[in-house]
Design a protein around this ligand. Sequence first.
Ligand code: GLN
Length: 463
Amino acid sequence: DATKKFNAYITLEDREKLLNDADESDKRLQHQQQQQQSGVKRELEGIPIAVKDNFSTSKLKTTCASKILENYIPSFDATVVSRLKEAGAIIVGKTNMDEFAMGSSTSTGHFGASINPYSRDAGESLVAGGSSGGSAVAVKLNTVSAAIGSDTGGSVRQPAAYCGLLGFKPTYGSISRYGMIAFASSLDTPGFFVHNAVDAAILLDVLVGRDCNDSTSIEHPMQKKFQQYLNSRDNNQDMKGLVFGIPTDYLVKEMDPEIINLWRETVDLIEQAGGKVVAVDLPHTKYALPAYYILATSEASSNLARYDGIRYGASTSGAKSLKQQYMETRSEGFGAEVKRRILLGTMSLSRGSYDNYYNKAQQIRRLVSDDFNQVFNRQSVDILITPTTPSGPFKLGDNQDPIDMYINDIMTIPASLAGLPSASIPLAHSQSNNKSTPTPLSLQLIGNRLQDHKVLEAIQKIM
Ligand code: GLN
């Protein structure tokens, strides 16, 4: 019932099957206990996990929250899903999202909005954040122990911040995108929602690894060693040896004073705990958001060309020509935000605009990456610490203007453009007295490429 009220799931797995799978897991665990084979226990045996509805699941509908894929059942499992299953996890269902992962509110999908569990009453619902809002809500309501999301420009970190969870986006390429329905392939990164660093390390051990089905997937030096690494670090909060960078360029005018305070207090605590803190410049930060919205829409316009009513999903009936069939299928099947992005992307890629838009955005992407390189490789910073979002969860129905919605991503997008590991951690609650339910306040940690384990260590010490 709770899940219905908060609309966390688009599709739930069959109840009988779930009970059956849970029984089987129990039996396996008991058997192992009797045989004292503790060493062979699977990492996620019997653990319920939810998966965002843009990861292909064989036998379970995969809709991307779009009418155009309303009844689509893939013939295979995404690599993320098969790895979870091999580790013993029970996939409980497919979670709600913004249509094709385009958005920051989980309210643009064909199946209605997800509601933030921190909402005061039904009349004043708060958004869960997006686009992986359903996954965040599913974990927050304890329907599962963890949930998979995808993060292209912040879609794991931002809903984690709004729902008070740990949201982790690993280095681009370290978790396979095979079977994850593409939005902007050069940015799309599978990620997840959990409660703490230990759970994050378990999921990284299960999910990170090269996959020959995804040409952008890479070997990770810490693969299968994340838990080991975390265990080997001091479990106390001693931060000696860690260098934290504070990017002053992230102090944007839209920022909520409570979040600025939290940022300041956390930096003080880090220093008290022996961590070194330095101010750093990331001068191209202000160009990241516009560059992202050119690149992401360009890639989306190309990736979404396949939904033509012939190869995938819903198709209109009664069209008189092939062209008319394409046009009507796409007009009926896509929602407003998806259409807006296809149009924007097509424009940026068109001959007359390419040099002024797509090319420029690629150049900015390089400059943003170089900024990070400077800080991590030349100034020897281990972790950048910033707010995740400029403000807390907004009311459902607010930010109707697309530009207002895009501003939410201002602090998550730079790490996406550079493919860096990044996480959002909940650290406090809003004290402003006009809200009767204090909403979560979160900060973001960003690490150097392939230094996901350092991010994990920082989470463990700060949270
Ligand atoms: N909110 C951003 C967008 O709308 C990011 C989405 C995402 O990470 N999938 O594009």
